[in-house]
Ligand binder design. Structure first.
Ligand SMILES: [Zn+2]
Length: 420
C-alpha cells in the first residue's frame, strides 16, 4: 500500500509544457474544452502506462494476500469479508449488484446516448464522460441564501429535523468558507456524544456547494439524533452511514428544482443529478465488478497488466454502453483508484447508500403520511440495528431485487424527463 501511495503521489503529468499533479490533471477531464480534456487524457494514459508494472505487481501481491486470508477465515467469496464488516449479508449485496447491472442499458447507456446528442457528437470518448453540458452554467448563491434553501427543504419534510439544522446555523457549528491552511472537502464530525457535531465546508457558492451543505447537515442531524445511543453504538455501519446525508440532498435538490423557472438551467440541474447518481451507483458497481474479476482471476495465478486491463475494459464497456469508443489506452485507468488498493470492495457501499435512499424516497413519495416519525426513529437508532430491522417499518426489504429496482426507477424517471 505504501509503495502504491508513494508512487501515485509522486506522479507528474506533462500538460502544455507544465508538470501537473494528480488533482490538477484529473480536474481537466471535466473541462469545457474537448481539446483540453483529450490532452489531459493523453497525458494521464502515458503516465499510468509508464507505471503500470508497479501497479500490477502491487495489485497481484495484495490480491494474493487477501485470497490466502479469506481461505484461512473460510470466507466464501472475495466480497464476503467486506460484507461482514458492513453488517450486510452476501445475498443482499449480490441482489444489489445484479439489479444494477441489469439496469445498465436503461440507465447509463441511455443517459450517455442523450449526452452525446447534447454535445453534438455521434460517439463519446472516455474523456467526454465528465464533460460539462453546453448550458450548465452556474450562478453564484450567497451562503445566507443557501442556508434558507436548505432549511426550507428540510422544514417542508420535517420541522423537527429543520430545528436541528437551525441549531447548526445559530450556534456556529459550521466552518463555512475556504481559508489558508484549511483542508479541502467537507464532512460532519460527531465529536463526542456529550457534545454536538461540527461541520467543515469549503463553501464557494455553486449549486454543488448547496448540495454539500444539505449533505453534511444530514450527517449532522443523524449524528445529533443518534447521540442518545452512547459512544459505542451511536455510529452507523458504512452501508447506512450515508442515508440521512443523501436523503437531505434529495430533498434540497427537489426543492431547488421546483423553484428553478429557467428551463435550460432546470435541464442542466437534472442532468447533473443524473450524472452524480450514475457515478455513485453504476460506476461504483462497475468498479466492484472489476475488483471481483481481479480477485477471482488472481486465485488461479498471477495476472499480467494486460489481463487486468481486459477485466477493466469489459466492466467499463458493460456499464458505459455502446455510445463510447473506448480507445485502447483506457485499459490503464483502473490503476489510479486508491480504494482498490486500500479497502477492497469499499466501492459498493456508495451504490448501496444511494439506492437505499432512493428506495426510501420512493416510499416517502408514495405515502408521505407517518413517514417523518419513522424516519427520525431510524436515525435515532444509530448503530443498534441491522438494515433489515431498520427498513422494516417502511415495508422495505433489501434482500429482494424489487427493493433495489424501486430506487433505480428514480434515476430512470429523471432520464425520461431529460429525454422529453
Ligand atoms: Zn457523506
Amino acid at each position: 500500500m505504501r509503495l502504491f501511495d508513494e508512487t501515485h503521489a509522486a506522479l507528474k503529468y506533462d500538460f502544455k509544457g507544465k508538470k501537473l499533479g494528480n488533482a490538477e490533471i484529473f480536474d481537466k477531464l471535466s473541462n469545457r474544452d474537448s481539446k483540453i480534456r483529450k490532452a489531459a487524457a493523453d497525458s494521464i494514459s502515458k503516465v499510468l502506462g509508464d507505471n503500470i508494472r508497479v501497479f500490477t505487481l502491487v495489485t497481484n501481491v495484495l490480491a494474493k494476500d487477501k485470497s490466502t486470508e479469506d481461505k484461512w477465515r473460510n470466507f466464501k467469496a472475495p466480497l464476503s469479508s467486506r460484507n461482514l464488516s458492513n453488517l450486510v449479508e452476501d445475498e443482499v449485496v449480490d441482489a444489489l449488484i445484479s439489479t444494477v447491472k441489469r439496469n445498465y442499458p436503461k440507465l447509463s447507456h441511455r443517459y450517455f446516448k442523450w449526452k452525446a446528442k447534447q454535445l453534438g457528437l455521434k460517439k463519446l470518448e472516455f474523456w467526454d464522460r465528465n464533460a460539462p453540458l453546453p448550458d450548465a452554467h452556474d450562478s453564484y448563491i450567497p451562503y445566507e441564501k443557501a442556508q434558507k434553501i436548505v432549511f426550507d427543504a428540510y422544514n417542508e419534510f420535517s420541522p423537527k429535523i429543520a430545528q436541528i439544522v437551525q441549531k447548526f446555523f445559530d450556534n456556529r457549528w459550521i466552518d463555512v468558507g475556504p481559508k489558508d491552511g484549511k483542508e479541502s472537502g467537507a464532512y460532519s464530525h460527531p465529536a463526542t456524544v456529550t457534545e454536538h457535531p461540527y461541520i467543515l465546508l469549503n463553501y464557494l457558492g455553486k449549486t454543488r456547494d448547496v448540495m454539500t451543505l444539505a449533505h453534511e447537515l444530514g450527517h449532522g442531524a443523524h449524528q445529533y439524533l443518534s447521540k442518545e445511543q452512547g459512544t459505542l453504538l451511536a455510529d452507523t455501519p458504512l452501508t447506512l452511514a450515508e442515508t440521512a446525508s443523501v436523503f437531505g440532498e434529495q430533498l434540497t435538490f427537489r426543492s431547488m428544482l421546483k423553484n428553478e423557472k429557467n428551463p435550460a438551467r432546470k435541464k442542466a440541474m437534472i442532468a447533473g443529478k443524473v450524472e452524480d447518481m450514475l457515478n455513485t451507483v453504476v460506476r461504483q458497481i462497475a468498479f466492484c465488478d472489476f475488483e471481483r474479476g481481479v480477485h477471482v482471476g488472481r486465485k488461479k495465478g498471477e495476472l499480467s497488466s494486460d489481463d487486468i486491463g481486459k477485466i477493466w475494459m469489459q466492466a467499463q464497456k458493460d456499464s458505459l454502453g455502446p455510445v463510447f469508443n473506448f480507445r485502447d489506452d483506457y485499459k490503464y485507468y483502473w490503476s489510479y483508484i486508491p480504494h482498490f488498493i486500500h479497502t477492497p470492495f469499499y466501492v459498493y457501499a456508495y451504490a448501496f447508500g444511494d439506492c437505499l435512499v432512493n428506495s426510501l424516497y420512493a416510499v416517502y413519495l408514495e405515502k408521505p403520511k407517518g413517514f417523518e416519525e419513522k424516519y427520525i426513529e431510524m436515525l435515532k437508532s444509530g448503530g443498534t440495528k441491522r438494515h433489515k430491522e431498520l427498513l422494516k417499518p417502511f415495508g422495505l426489504d433489501a434482500s429482494k431485487p424489487d427493493f433495489w429496482q424501486k430506487g433505480l426507477n428514480i434515476i430512470d424517471n429523471f432520464i425520461t424527463q431529460l429525454e422529453s
